[in-house]
Write a protein that binds this ligand. Structure first.
Ligand SMILES: Cc1cc2nc3c(=O)[nH]c(=O)nc-3n(C[C@H](O)[C@H](O)[C@H](O)COP(=O)(O)OP(=O)(O)OC[C@H]3O[C@@H](n4cnc5c(N)ncnc54)[C@H](O)[C@@H]3O)c2cc1C
Ligand SMILES: *[C@@H]1O[C@H](CO)[C@@H](O)[C@H](O)[C@H]1NC(C)=O
Ligand SMILES: *[C@@H]1O[C@H](CO)[C@@H](O)[C@H](O)[C@H]1NC(C)=O
Ligand SMILES: *[C@@H]1O[C@H](CO)[C@@H](O)[C@H](O)[C@H]1NC(C)=O
Length: 429
């Protein structure tokens, strides 16, 4: 049974889903609309862990991704004078658990988005070669386009697009990230507000030219005033800057709806004189091309679908960047959604209900985090490690407490194994 499917958002989840859908049924008609005018390859380092690894392997992409991994060796915590106060080593993905900041498979977000996008195009080419384009399905990306409204029912979805086009689909997949407008349209403002769980932290990411001394180690600086600054470089010509602030939430929430220039102004003002190299990092802010700032939140929903609209990835279950599990969760979701659609044929409702249930354990696990990052977590492995290894260096700094606030207690993995879907025909990949 081939379906007419609309995917909103060409981030990580959208193109990954397209790869699985095409592989399961080359006759599906898949359209991906992306609001951004081109493939949006911004973003910093993202982690691939747990079930994300076997899924990439099934796609035949693990080696490609490994080759693109960044060469970060760990993280150093520095004080305002740049003096080393603590060091974390690399964390082996295969052993599970999150012991350090750096996980074994760490890749720039843009590289992963591009790998998945290219794979979907290559697969489309192979399908067209094999079946011919006449009478078969298709995969179409449309950039600079979004959905403006939708009319949803158990039979299908009528969609209005920003370019004035109208179309009907068997299924609409909202893969449009944490701030998903598909979520708002399908579940209403109340459903959206209920799903959105702020962590009370705002963050900004951008890149500046690297200077000497920035290399394999991430550098973390805990400033006063609930501010935290991090730089990461690995082996890249540009240094990634991360700013985090855990106060003035309302002010940042408001400014994040305004222009990038306005956002930069408020962030610059809030971090001025924060210590360490902050002023140099702020100087690079005006000319950066990849500014991205948002409120850190988790998305939690009892149901990830309504009628024939289903949410995928951050749109439905963002675990927040604090967990480092967003990419893994979106790959698990894409795999299971495609697998269930393949298994249930024309019974799309049954496929959606299974998708709503089967990946709950790993996704709950991805989201596991203490209820408030603002609390002190004495059980945090990182906190314990700091206390044990360098209590002397931290005397009076209460750095253990500050670290624990940003890097919550690591979770116990349940060892949930991905189900097998022979229907996805992945062995040929
Ligand atoms: C620019 C950017 C930078 C990021 N940087 C980091 C990072 O440094 N660290 C980290 O842990 N996570 C980051 N994330 C989040 C991370 O990509 C996700 O947690 C994870 O990979 C799951 O991906 P996703 O595809 O569900 O969502 P996303 O990766 O957020 O992708 C969503 C896509 O949908 C598009 N979109 C949004 N709204 C609409 C709309 N209305 N219509 C059409 N398209 C729309 C977006 O432009 C984007 O391409 C970033 C996300 C983005 C968009
Ligand atoms: C398949 O998608 C393409 C591209 O959006 C569209 O032109 C075509 O009409 C669709 N076919 C069907 C059967 O819906
Ligand atoms: C599409 O927009 C028109 C108005 O331009 C509106 O009447 C119609 O209800 C909309 N359709 C959907 C599916 O939202
Ligand atoms: C502290 O470090 C010592 C020496 O490395 C180690 O034996 C001990 O188990 C550690 N304690 C904790 C609580 O991590």
């Amino acid at each position: 049974m081939s379906l007419n499917i609309l995917v909103v958002g060409a981030g990580v989840a959208g193109p990954a889903l397209a790869v699985f859908l095409q592989s399961a049924n080359p006759k599906h008609n898949i359209t991906i609309v992306e609001r951004y005018p081109l493939l949006r390859v911004a973003g910093q380092q993202i982690d691939l862990k747990s079930q994300g690894i076997p899924i990439l392997k099934k796609m035949g992409l693990l080696e490609t991704v490994k080759a693109l991994c960044v060469a970060e060796k760990g993280a150093d915590v520095v004080d305002t004078n740049g003096k080393l106060v603590a060091h974390f080593g690399i964390n082996k993905a295969a052993e599970g658990g999150q012991r350090g900041l750096t996980s074994e498979y760490e890749i720039m977000r843009g590289d992963l988005v591009d790998v998945l996008y290219q794979r979907s195009l290559k697969q489309r080419e192979e399908i067209n070669k094999e079946l011919g384009t006449e009478g078969t399905g298709s995969l179409t990306y449309e950039f600079g386009k979004t959905v403006t409204s939708l009319d949803n029912s158990d039979e299908g979805v009528d969609v209005n697009f920003s370019d004035g086009q109208k179309k009907r689909y068997d299924l609409v997949v909202g893969a449009d990230g944490q701030g998903s407008r598909t979520r708002k349209m399908a579940f209403g403002q109340d459903g959206n507000d209920e799903a959105f769980n702020s962590i009370g932290v705002h963050t900004a990411y951008y890149s500046i030219p690297r200077v000497e001394g920035e290399g394999e180690m991430a550098q973390l600086f805990f400033s006063t005033g609930s501010r935290f600054v991090m730089t990461r470089n690995s082996d890249r010509p540009m240094t990634q800057v991360y700013l985090f602030i855990m106060k003035d939430s309302e002010r940042f929430r408001t400014v994040h709806r305004e222009t990038i220039e306005k956002q930069k102004e408020v962030w610059r003002e809030s971090f001025k004189g924060a210590g360490w190299q902050t002023d140099r990092l702020l100087a690079g802010l005006s000319s950066c091309q990849d500014w991205y700032a948002h409120e850190i939140a988790q998305i939690k929903m009892k149901s990830w679908y309504t009628g024939r609209v289903v949410l995928l990835g951050d749109a439905g279950y963002s675990p927040s960047p604090f967990t480092g599990m967003g990419t893994t969760a979106s790959l698990v979701g894409a795999y299971i959604l495609a697998g269930e659609l393949a298994r249930n044929g024309k019974n799309v409702g049954a496929a959606l209900e299974n998708y709503n249930q089967i990946p709950r354990p790993p996704i709950d696990e991805c989201q596991r985090m203490p209820s408030s990052v603002g609390k002190f977590f004495p059980t945090s492995k990182v906190g314990v490690w700091i206390l044990n290894k360098s209590a002397w260096a931290l005397a009076g700094l209460r750095l253990d407490e500050r670290i624990a606030r940003w890097f919550p207690a690591p979770k116990q993995e349940t060892g949930w194994k991905i189900p097998e879907y022979p229907e996805l025909n992945l062995e040929k990949a």
